[in-house]
Design a protein around this ligand. Structure first.
Ligand code: SAH
Ligand code: SF4
Length: 392
């Protein structure tokens, strides 16, 4: 497999047409929505206006029923309902942690399940969304990486997680209420749930364009962070076609250790990854890259590692997010001691980097980073199988 061949090529993509023949409008880009309306009888001349109206209802108001769309004629509403639906994934369970973190188990077409996590903070809130069921990659410290089943989420299933969380938080504007009247509960989105977002690039891009659209969910691109394990060829596309902030799962300072922790490193090593990261801020016009670094006891947490990290990222506008390892049943690692994490952070800080230690959230409900794995899909994949799948 060549370095640029997508690993996602043989994943299943579900058709957009629902069994009863109606088409789900959620997840279509503005252009796709326009074409779909025209193909089902909306006159070309009206199409642009209809897109704007539907868009507002679906993504700004949270409407799920054409009957609610009172600025459309009754006849047109009935016509829409004959051809289309407005469907988002179903939340099958919700767990609320002692710290307020909410974990949603979300069922998507085919009966698969993914997890979405809402993390409330002072004056803001972050929604962590999934992009795939499972993950084709096999980072050895990550629970999701042990999960067998994989399929890409559709754009509708990705933006649908945001819509489902807005439902649960009762965050849609109430009748008569303008934009921005209430502080936003979901003020930030992170693509840090299950899956490697850059192996589902088009769907993630389309979903994030909907999330960023000023007449829809309307989140600034600077409030969306995509986390990648280092899919180098797609990093540039992410800059050019999404323009959101980037986080990279760095986790090690030598290729030898990174090969073990983040096996995609065998395909695109640290030097290749750093080259792509150097180009990112200019291409995406964003400020800094977040380097995620999971703290694993006696594996990657020495002072020498911290100093090597500083040398490696020199010249890249960066912040380093230290993530204390979150344990899961059978995990082959331990979390670094707190003093070790602080000593590591101190070296980075003295070198001029912000190096916050990410406080684990929602640990009591297994909602913390890297703990996500749907209960229906516990089957473990064989390592050889995954590596073959991933072309490693
Ligand atoms: N696949 C993407 C995004 C999802 S993972 C990626 O790898 O970047 C989100 C972050 O959680 C990544 O930095 C990941 O490396 C980290 N992570 C995974 N398992 C973890 C664990 N058990 N403890 C702490 N962080 C973990
Ligand atoms: Fe996949 Fe990210 Fe987990 Fe690695 S850390 S297995 S890329 S979800």
């Amino acid at each position: 497999m060549s370095a640029s061949a997508p690993i996602t090529q043989d994943l299943v993509t579900i058709p957009r047409k629902l069994p009863e023949g109606r088409i789900n409008l959620v997840g279509l880009t503005r252009e796709a929505l326009r074409e779909t309306l025209v193909a089902h009888g909306t006159p070309e001349k009206q199409a642009k206006m209809r897109v704007a109206q539907l868009w507002q209802w679906i993504y700004h108001r949270g409407a799920r029923d054409f009957a609610e769309m009172t600025n459309l004629s009754k006849a047109y509403r009935a016509e829409l309902a004959r051809h289309f639906t407005i469907e988002i994934p179903e939340v099958v369970s919700k767990q609320v942690s002692a710290d307020g973190t909410r974990k949603y188990l979300v069922r998507i077409a085919g009966g698969h399940e993914v997890e979405t996590v809402y993390i409330p903070e002072e004056g803001r809130g972050t929604l962590c969304i999934s992009s795939q069921v499972g993950c084709t990659l096999t980072c050895s410290f990550c629970h999701t990486g042990t999960q067998k089943l994989v399929r890409n989420l559709t754009a509708g299933e990705i933006v649908g997680q945001v819509m489902a969380a807005r439902d649960d938080l009762d965050e849609w504007p109430r009748p008569g209420e303008g934009m921005g009247e209430r502080p936003r509960l979901i003020s930030n989105i992170v693509l840090m749930g299950m899956g490697e977002p850059l192996y589902n690039f088009e769907n993630v891009r389309d979903a994030m364009q909907i999330a960023m659209d000023g007449e829809g969910i309307s989140l600034s691109r600077r409030r969306i962070t995509l986390s990648t394990s280092g899919v180098v060829p797609e990093i540039i596309r992410c800059a050019e076609e999404i323009g959101c902030l980037l986080a990279v799962s760095f986790h090690a300072t030598t290729d030898e250790v990174r090969d073990r922790l983040v096996p995609i490193n065998r395909k695109w090593n640290i030097a290749t990854l750093l080259d792509a990261l150097r180009a990112y801020p200019r291409l995406s016009n964003s400020e800094r890259i977040t380097f995620e670094y999971v703290m694993l006891k006696d594996v990657n947490d020495s002072d020498a590692d911290a100093r090597r990290l500083v040398r490696l990222i020199a010249g890249i506008p960066a912040k380093i997010n230290l993530i204390p390892f979150n344990e899961w049943p059978g995990a082959p690692y331990e979390r670094s001691d707190w003093e070790r994490i602080e000593a590591f952070a101190d070296i980075l800080y003295k070198a001029g980097y912000a190096a916050p230690i990410r406080t684990p959230r929602g640990e009591d409900i297994m909602a913390a980073c890297g703990q996500l794995k749907s209960a229906t899909e516990r089957a473990k994949k064989r390592r050889a199988e995954i590596e073959a799948e991933a072309g490693l």
